[in-house]
Design a protein around this ligand. Structure first.
Ligand code: 6R9
Length: 662
């Protein structure tokens, strides 16, 4: 296994969709795909208006499709009204979906519960009423800090039902991260659980919420609502905290969904950018929901008989679009999984696919790579030991997938029969933007292939000029699309600067990824982030965020620089170069301080941000003007010989010191 870019460059294996995959597919064959692209090119607004009318239930129909008068703050369908929860639940009542299983929930310990659409509507409605009884109103922000459970989805749907804007914080984030998000969002409530279960362990959530609130500044916060996931008691603050049981008591299971404007913020999701402060990516209701529904149809070709399983946590965008909204809007049966892929053993995913007869399976390359490693080490949990014949489509998301992992997934999981959709997208795009279509696009390992119809993706240079196929450049999207980010919460200037930079003309959406298109077929291949954002196990981490966390340990750290390096398992790994306030440590002492710093970062941001490598130096490599030369640090992190020009370096001797591993 390797992430060797060369193997991608020479990749020429092509896997056309099988007749079985094409037959009955919504978009069947390349001519059908091309016809949709043409339609969108000819009349972008007409194209999206048609889909928005066909896929969304509007309580007030829109008359205008796209408003570009205040670009790049685009508005879609903005005189229309709808409710997201009604589009996921109420719309199925009185249809064949009403009594269909909406969610098959498998808990960490293997216990399985099922809930129908009708039951889910009842529970979401009751929860929505309980939120209203707490004084939570349309437009209020609510933090959701929950384990992967049906209750997590119910909390999100209930917010949507009353028009409150949710902001889900991944259960692995720290008290500090939570505190910052409560303050930035101006949240009135936190919905959480006493504990979460992962790999047989009970991990705290509520105590982290308490700690986050105790850090101060959460003046808008009035209530904390606690799901008792386990019987273990947790601290409850009188007047502020309520268990779900308490708050749901006496609440009716009927609640009229609150119509909101199409542009009403459905949610804010914080993600890492190139500065120390995470960005609150704001999404709309109408355009976002259209995308969630439409991409379920297009990319996953979802059918009424499918059992869909997306393994992402609701704390990430993938868990929003393809767990909390998309599958429900499409009326699909989905699996929700609380645990981890390696517990009780690394055959868990295959066993669950077999048990629940999953037909469409969507996961991340990092999970695939770790399961390859496990299966290669233990025949008993190899996917070939399980009956995976129910599968018909496989998907990946989160980072580039290396062709070796792609081939293994194709052979051992997909039985060489299932198309693999390598879906490229981002928190900011709301849903898939460049991806194969299972019944149309011939796939190539390591390539996300072609943009969805209506997505005007291109590769440009730093001035925004088109770059010919075959040459690398920056990925942009030239025209707005319905599910695009609307703004950065509280920071519209940063939104403009980050995504529509003036240097490139101010009109192109800059994804922040490097990409190259194949000379012959125009297929896209993503080469990775071009900004200071790392992708560790499919999770986005800002290098600046980790640097600020390190230097905030003021008693110890003088300066820190963080870069990424390729890693076979996690895609990228965090590598930190640290200058201490005391002399440079060596040997056991260095190891001990490194552990201390890792734990510090886990506390500041979350365990996912812990640096894998820490190196100590008397200084960092800097230009004479004082700029840290990150390019050099990247080479050192990779263990490469320094071939770059170091003549502008103030202190060349430092390089050797930093190359020394602990
Ligand atoms: C959905 C999600 C976005 C970043 C993105 C890119 C990387 C995602 C990818 C991919 C190559 C794919 N990325 N999917 N790279 N091929 N199929 O992951 O959102 O957490 O915001 O990350 O992930 O670098 O810019 P998010």
């Amino acid at each position: 296994m390797s992430n060797n870019i060369e193997s991608v460059l020479v990749e020429n294996r092509v896997f056309p969709p099988s007749d079985a995959a094409m037959k009955g597919a919504r978009i069947s064959g390349m001519p059908a795909y091309e016809a949709l692209c043409k339609e969108a090119e000819k009349d972008l607004e007409g194209f999206w208006a048609r889909h928005a009318r066909d896929n969304i239930v509007w309580t007030k129909p829109f008359t205008k499709t796209l408003d570009e008068s205040n670009a790049p703050f685009y508005k879609w369908f903005h005189d229309g009204e709808l409710n997201a929860s009604a589009n996921c639940l109420d719309k199925h009542m009185g249809t064949a979906v009403e009594n269909k299983t909406a969610i098959i929930f498998e808990a960490d310990d293997g216990a399985v519960t099922k809930i129908t659409y009708k039951e889910l509507l009842g529970r979401v409605s009751q929860f929505a009423n309980a939120l209203k009884a707490q004084g939570i109103r349309k437009g209020d922000r609510v933090i959701v800090y929950m384990p992967m459970t049906v209750e997590g989805v119910i909390a999100m749907q209930a917010c949507a039902r009353i028009g409150a804007t949710h902001s889900v914080v991944f259960g692995g984030f720290s008290a500090k991260a939570l505190n910052e998000r409560i303050i930035d969002a101006g949240a009135v409530a936190v919905i959480t659980a006493n504990f979460q279960m992962r790999g047989g362990k009970e991990l705290p959530l509520k105590s982290i919420v308490d700690e986050g609130i105790a850090m101060g500044g959460c003046d808008t916060l009035k209530s904390v609502l606690v799901f008792m996931r386990t019987p273990t008691a947790c601290n409850m603050v009188a007047g502020r905290d309520k268990t779900f049981t308490e708050m749901l008591q006496g609440q009716s299971g009927e609640c009229k969904p609150e119509p909101v404007n199409a542009e009403h913020p459905l949610f804010i999701l914080y993600t890492s950018g190139s500065t120390g402060k995470p960005k609150g990516v704001q999404h709309s209701t109408g355009g976002y929901l259209l995308w969630a529904k439409l991409t379920m149809d297009w990319t996953f070709d979802i059918k009424s008989t499918d059992v869909f399983w997306c393994t992402a946590d609701i704390g990430w965008i993938t868990g929003h679009t393809y767990v909390a909204y998309g599958p429900l809007a499409a009326g699909a049966t989905q699996v929700i999984f609380e645990g981890i892929p390696t517990y009780p053993n690394a055959g868990r995913f295959w066993e669950m696919i077999q048990k629940h007869k999953v037909t469409v399976f969507y996961t991340a390359p990092t999970a695939i790579r770790s399961l390859i490693k496990a299966a290669e080490g233990d025949e008993k949990i190899h996917p070939k030991r399980y009956d995976l014949s129910s599968l018909r489509i496989l998907g990946t998301v989160g980072e580039p997938i290396n062709p070796e992992a792609w081939m293994w997934y194709h052979k051992n999981v997909g039985g060489e029969r299932c198309p693999i959709v390598d879906t490229f997208w981002q928190t900011e795009t709301g849903g898939h933007v460049i991806t194969p279509l299972p019944g149309a696009t011939p796939t190539v390992p390591g390539s996300c292939t072609l943009p969805l119809p209506g997505i005007m993706a291109a590769i440009v240079d730093e001035a925004g000029h088109d770059i010919p196929n075959g040459a690398g450049g920056m990925l942009v999207i030239k025209r707005p699309w319905p599910s695009m980010i609307r703004t950065i919460w509280n920071d519209p200037e940063r939104f403009k600067k980050s995504y529509f930079p003036e240097e490139m003309g101010g009109k192109l959406y800059l994804a922040g990824d490097g990409a190259v298109r194949n000379k012959e077929n125009g297929y896209f291949r993503i080469t990775g982030r071009i900004d200071d954002v790392l992708n560790v196990s499919g999770h986005r981490l800002g290098t600046m965020e980790i640097e600020s966390a390190l230097v905030s340990k003021t008693d110890l750290v003088a300066e820190a620089a963080v870069v990424g390096r390729p890693d076979d398992l996690t895609g990228e790994a965090v590598c930190a170069f640290v200058v201490l306030k005391r002399s440079r440590p060596t040997g056991d002492e260095a190891k001990q301080i490194a552990t201390e710093l890792r734990n510090w970062v886990a506390k500041e941001i979350g365990p996912i941000a812990k640096p894998k490598d820490i190196r100590f130096g008397d200084n960092l490599p800097k230009t004479r003007s004082g700029k840290i030369m990150r390019r050099l640090l990247r080479s050192i992190a990779k263990g490469e010989a320094i071939t770059q020009d170091t003549s502008t370096l103030e202190n060349p001797a430092i390089l050797e010191q930093l190359a020394e591993k602990l």
